[in-house]
Design a protein around this ligand. Structure first.
Ligand SMILES: Nc1ncnc2c1ncn2[C@@H]1O[C@H](COP(=O)(O)OP(=O)(O)OP(=O)(O)O)[C@@H](O)[C@H]1O
Length: 262
């Protein structure tokens, strides 16, 4: 129908993965590495070192993500979800195929590499600067970031070094910093699983906002219900291969039927 065609035309692609393969090279797997002399002689003879094992983590994945979509990545352990996100973020080289993206995709939890010895306060500033925010923007959003994280609910933790935080508190601060900016493409790896129920509700609402304001959100989660509730589309990877891509309810149903049968 003409209507459908018109709708399709107005969608703006944000990430295009075209036959993407990611292969990890694991050094020193199995065989002995040998000493410095052996390594040096390998350098001169240009021979591949012994014991390099390849892990083919993502196998020919193709999809297009559009502006305004929230896409859940699901699949069994080790199916390649985190690897695919790292490749989209440009943190993991692609062995074959190509990834095109609009703007710089931000991978939550990795891009915001916070410093344990600095206070939460300093980390908010550094994290904001690292994401390209100006000092003025950070000053304006500082209180919102701290309030959103809930770090100060049980005392003045924001002025303490991050090493004094629990892992949940650290993850919440990371999420809050990353979520303070409107990203073209925001990728969240299990971040929602870390906070308590109240924080999870806040982050779901923020994801919804980010989606409306601009970008595309990718969410890797083992909580199939989180994907059902937060995402409108889901991509199911199994052993590195894209098994299904479609409305999240349908894909989650199929995935659950698959896991129930195993
Ligand atoms: N740094 C690495 N070096 C070598 N192999 C790796 C590395 N990271 C992941 N792998 C392998 O790549 C495959 C995909 O892993 P990945 O972490 O992407 O899967 P995942 O679907 O995110 O898993 P999970 O659900 O357990 O988090 C696995 O076989 C894993 O062992």
């Amino acid at each position: 129908m003409a209507d459908t065609a018109a709708q399709t035309d107005t969608r703006v692609p944000t990430v295009i993965a075209d036959g993407v393969h990611v292969i990890y090279k694991v050094h020193g797997a199995g065989a002995r590495k040998g000493g410095a002399t052996a390594a040096l002689s390998r350098v001169f003879s240009r021979k591949a070192p012994p014991g390099i094992k390849e892990v083919h983590a993502v196998k020919g994945v193709t999809f297009t993500a559009y502006k305004g979509e929230a896409i859940g990545l699901i699949g069994s352990n080790g199916s390649g979800k985190s690897t695919l996100l790292a490749a989209i973020a440009g943190l993991q080289p692609v062995a074959r195929g190509r990834i095109y993206s609009h703007g710089q995709p931000s991978l939550l939890g990795v891009n915001a590499a916070l410093m344990n010895d600095l206070t939460g306060e300093r980390n908010v500033v550094l994290g904001g600067l690292a994401m390209g925010m100006s000092k003025q923007q950070i000053r304006e959003r500082y209180q919102d970031i701290v309030d959103f994280s809930g770090i100060n609910e049980k005392g003045d933790f924001i002025s303490l070094p991050m090493r004094t935080y629990s892992s949940g508190m650290g993850a919440r601060l990371r999420f809050s910093i990353a979520a303070a900016k409107d990203h073209d493409v925001l990728m969240i790896d299990e971040a929602l699983a870390t906070g308590d129920a109240a924080f999870q509700r806040r982050s779901q609402a923020r994801i919804e906002e980010l989606r409306q304001h601009a970008g595309t959100v990718f969410l890797v989660s083992h909580g199939i219900n989180t994907v059902r509730e937060t995402c409108d589309r889901a991509i199911w990877l199994e052993a590195g291969v894209l098994r299904m891509d479609g409305p999240s309810a349908e894909v989650c149903d199929a995935y659950e039927a698959f896991t129930a049968g195993r």
